[in-house]
Design a protein around this ligand. Structure first.
Ligand code: TRP
Length: 354
């Protein structure tokens, strides 16, 4: 079986460094590893509408933003099919068949959906489409025969539901679908980056993000204003690295070369942390290190983004072309699904009424 990747993002704004660390950067590395002959990266606009149905214009605007982030971060149109979910109607047809294979109580138990329902304050007024988005995500994944889905930790329950749907489909009809497995970043710090305010998650609605499109000045201001250890008041005070987002970001982004270049007096990040914990190391010094690392990592991405922004038409044209390619693959799976279910009526046949 050939290795196929499918992954994606909801277009609800520009992507931030949490997306970058947990999924975008690993995706680019997987793309460049050459181990995956087929890679699909989907801009999940229909999924974004499940909780932004009152503002489709914002979703539409974000589609281009996310595509720009993809290209700027290093995804290449020759190696990865970048497409728009709503332009592949086969996905919704598959969803219609899969939705019978899950129960409402199972959907309500999905921990990520549960957390989102609480966060969005849906209470009992949960839009049905929102509750069911894990089913449409199973369609996204299986339509492309994905063997691997690189995602952030919060998406693991979606993968579990997709695997359940694949198995159920196989038991009921025929084993034509592929069970996907998740790929998580092997650096745990990359899997869930906290916000610059120290809150557990970086999220647009919490206003605690560093965006891939942020300018040099914004990055600097955001890093210098980051939440740190509230008990570390004087430089000489002992500090804490757990729950301190400056160190979480260093865990995610700092490589030995960075320390050698910017703070050669420390042989490793562990030594830097030990000094902070002992006392005698100021927040500003640590933040300066982080700022340099982030500027180095994000600078080339921003410059590529600025160049691409000059021709949004070319980006849209690429999305359109890739969406057509994605349709071909999804249509192949859809016809196998219909055949497995015995609803592949010969074309032109009038369905007999008995
Ligand atoms: N749920 C993902 C997100 O919140 C987006 C997504 C939609 C996705 N379909 C997918 C991710 C399929 C991986 C595989 O960003």
């Amino acid at each position: 079986m050939k290795n196929v990747i499918l992954t994606g993002d909801r277009p609800t704004g520009r992507l931030h460094i949490g997306h970058y660390a947990s999924s975008l950067k690993p995706r680019v590395e997987l793309q460049n590893s050459g181990a995956f002959p087929e890679i699909y990266v989907m801009i999940a606009d229909a999924q974004a509408l499940t909780d932004h149905f009152d503002d489709p214009a914002a979703v539409r605007r974000s589609v281009t933003q996310v595509a720009l982030d993809y290209l700027a971060a290093g995804l290449e149109p020759e190696k990865a099919v970048m497409f728009v979910q709503s332009q592949v109607p086969e996905l919704f047809e598959l969803t219609a068949y899969f939705i019978n294979l899950v129960t409402v109580s199972r959907l309500r138990r999905n921990p990520t959906v549960k957390a989102e329902i609480a966060q969005k304050g849906f209470a009992e007024s949960i839009p049905a489409g929102f509750l069911c988005y894990p089913v449409s995500q199973a369609a996204d994944i299986t339509a492309f025969g994905a063997t691997h889905v690189p995602v952030g930790e919060d998406q693991l329950p979606m993968l579990e539901q997709a695997r359940e749907i694949v198995r159920r489909f196989g038991e009921l009809y025929a084993p034509v679908l592929t069970e996907p497995q998740a790929i998580l970043s092997d650096n745990p710090a990359c899997r869930r980056l906290p916000g610059i305010d120290g809150k557990a998650k970086m999220s647009k609605s919490l206003g605690n993000c560093i965006y891939l499109a942020d300018g040099e000045r914004e990055i600097s201001q955001k890093v210098m204003g980051m939440y740190t250890d509230p008990l570390h008041l004087k430089v000489s005070d002992p500090g804490h690295v757990e729950g301190n987002p400056v160190f979480s970001y260093l865990d995610a982004f700092c490589r030995p070369e960075h320390l050698a270049e910017y703070l050669p007096e420390y042989a490793s990040l562990e030594e830097l942390k030990a000094h902070y914990c002992r006392g005698g190391l100021g927040d500003v010094k640590v933040k300066r290190l982080l700022e340099r690392i982030l500027q180095e990592e994000l600078g080339p991405i921003r410059r590529r983004r600025e160049a691409l922004e000059k021709d949004p038409g070319a980006v849209l044209e690429m999305l359109q072309r890739h969406s057509l390619r994605a349709r071909e693959t999804a249509a192949g799976t859809l016809s196998q699904v219909k055949r497995a279910m015995g609803i592949d009526y010969p074309s032109g046949m009038t369905i007999a009424i008995d």
